[in-house]
Design a protein around this ligand. Structure first.
Ligand code: GAL
Length: 445
């Protein structure tokens, strides 16, 4: 007889304490992992037992708030489809995965992998593949008939040398401005009309400030700065030249990059001064609360607006980051089967749930993203997601830098460090020099 699914998991508390706090959490996670490796156990307090086949330990950074709600929805479907398997939640909060990735790296190094872990489609996944840490899922795709279920552009980002290494759970868009309509209206700005470009948007930010909103653009910790900078690059270079940055066909010394740096600096003039210490959800909350007018954030923000009980098109709305209309800044979460996963069959069951129409629908309705399956019915989704579904179908798709799609972890880390430094010293020339150096170090070198 099958027993009911038990859901266990020790989650490290979410961090609103900023970069330093995030680093401390990462360090604590790494030390905890190392200690457990020494004692022969697996993840912190997880209870994963390699001799019990009816367990699945899944590693994500969806540990709190609206992101956890998405994971819970997925686990709900998994529990229905595989009621005999105990789900062990090994999530690690904070930093859009930077804390989780640090903890994961030490587990992988110690040959102590979870049964599955979250990884972004694109360059980030390639890092794991090249390190020999992932199993080839080509025959899983074939047996489950998955090859035609996902769009080609996505399959390409999951494939290396003809082999497919993970199963996508969703598609997120990272060039979205989240708008508090009442805040804009009070300043005489029509929230239904998107500014035509970054200059027009900067003029609106000034109007908001003049109306008494001291910090009209909400911003948070390091990766949210990188995401805002990537939006400026897309706006000032256009989709094709932006994509060329990642394959060497666009030089980092072109004028558009300097314009993007200048625009990024101008935007920083309108952000909350405490941005270095805020996680994305705390920054986004300022738009929900009406202390800021705008936030540039991936569309996991949709789930936070939903959870706060706000109605799309009334209390809040969205538009593509000014200058990026017609572009879909893409990222996708996907799940892997690591080499040496203790519960391989249960991991394949999890991947089956993720790839199923039912699993994708439950997850994406809760997460704010759109399904990665091609058989999505747009009318099944709320208003915001319908805009994302239409954009993904019609617009030019580019890869997100801040979310692992465009550049390797090392390259994007180097850019992120330079962008964070610019936030402090505002030395535009130093930033453009660092961008060139990062290209030389990680793309050519
Ligand atoms: C992204 C991830 C999203 C969301 C976000 C914020 O990198 O793909 O699913 O979790 O980080 O943490």
């Amino acid at each position: 007889m099958l027993r009911g699914t038990r859901i266990v998991g020790e989650t490290i508390a979410p961090s609103n304490g900023g970069t330093m706090h995030s680093r401390i959490l990462a360090a604590v996670a790494a030390i905890a992992t190392a200690a457990l490796v020494l004692t022969g156990c697996s993840a912190a307090g997880s209870g994963s037992d390699p001799n019990n086949p009816n367990q699945l330990e899944a590693f994500t950074w969806w540990a709190a708030g609206s992101e956890k709600a998405g994971l819970d929805a997925l686990v709900g479907v998994f529990s229905e489809q595989y009621p005999g398997i105990e789900f062990i939640n090994a999530s690690v909060a904070g930093g859009a995965g930077s804390n989780a990735k640090a903890a994961l790296a030490s587990r992988l190094e110690a040959d102590n992998p979870p049964d599955t872990f979250q990884a972004h489609a694109g360059a980030e996944l390639t890092d794991y593949i090249e390190a020999g840490q992932l199993q080839d899922l080509s025959s899983f795709y074939k047996d489950a008939g998955l090859t035609d279920v996902f769009p080609e552009s996505l399959i390409d980002r999951l494939t290396v040398d003809g082999k497919i290494y993970s199963v996508p759970s969703n598609i997120h868009r990272a060039n979205v401005v989240w708008v508090n309509t009442a805040v804009l209206q009070a300043a005489g700005i029509d929230p239904t009309v998107a500014p035509a470009n970054l200059d027009a948007w900067i003029a609106d930010l000034q109007k908001l400030r003049d109306s008494g909103v001291e910090s009209p653009l909400a911003l948070g910790t390091d990766w949210t700065q990188l995401q805002l900078f990537e939006n400026c690059l897309i706006a000032d270079l256009g989709a094709s030249a932006y994509s060329g940055l990642w394959d060497g066909t666009t030089g980092w010394d072109i004028r558009g990059v300097q314009t993007a740096v200048a625009h990024y600096g101008q935007l920083l003039d309108f952000v909350n001064p405490d941005y270095g210490g805020l996680e994305w959800d705390a920054a986004n909350q300022r738009v929900i609360d009406g202390t800021a007018g705008y936030n540039v954030m991936g569309d996991w923000a949709e789930a936070a607006f939903e959870q706060a009980g706000l109605t799309y098109g009334q209390e809040y709305t969205t538009f593509p980051t000014p200058g990026t209309d017609g572009v879909f800044d893409f990222l996708a979460d996907s799940f892997t089967l690591p080499v040496g996963a203790p519960h391989e069959q249960a991991a394949k069951d999890w991947l089956t749930t993720i790839s199923s129409a039912e699993g994708q629908k439950a997850f994406n309705l809760a997460k704010g993203s759109i399904p990665s399956r091609t058989d999505t019915v747009a009318s099944d989704y709320p208003a915001y997601q319908q805009t994302a579904i239409a954009s993904f179908a019609e617009d030019t798709v580019v890869s997100s830098l801040a979310h692992g799609a465009a550049a390797s972890a090392g390259w994007s880390g180097a850019i992120s460090t330079a962008v964070a430094k610019f936030g402090v010293d505002r030395k535009a020339e130093a930033l453009t020099r660092e961008l060139l150096r990062a290209y030389a170090d990680f793309q050519i070198g």
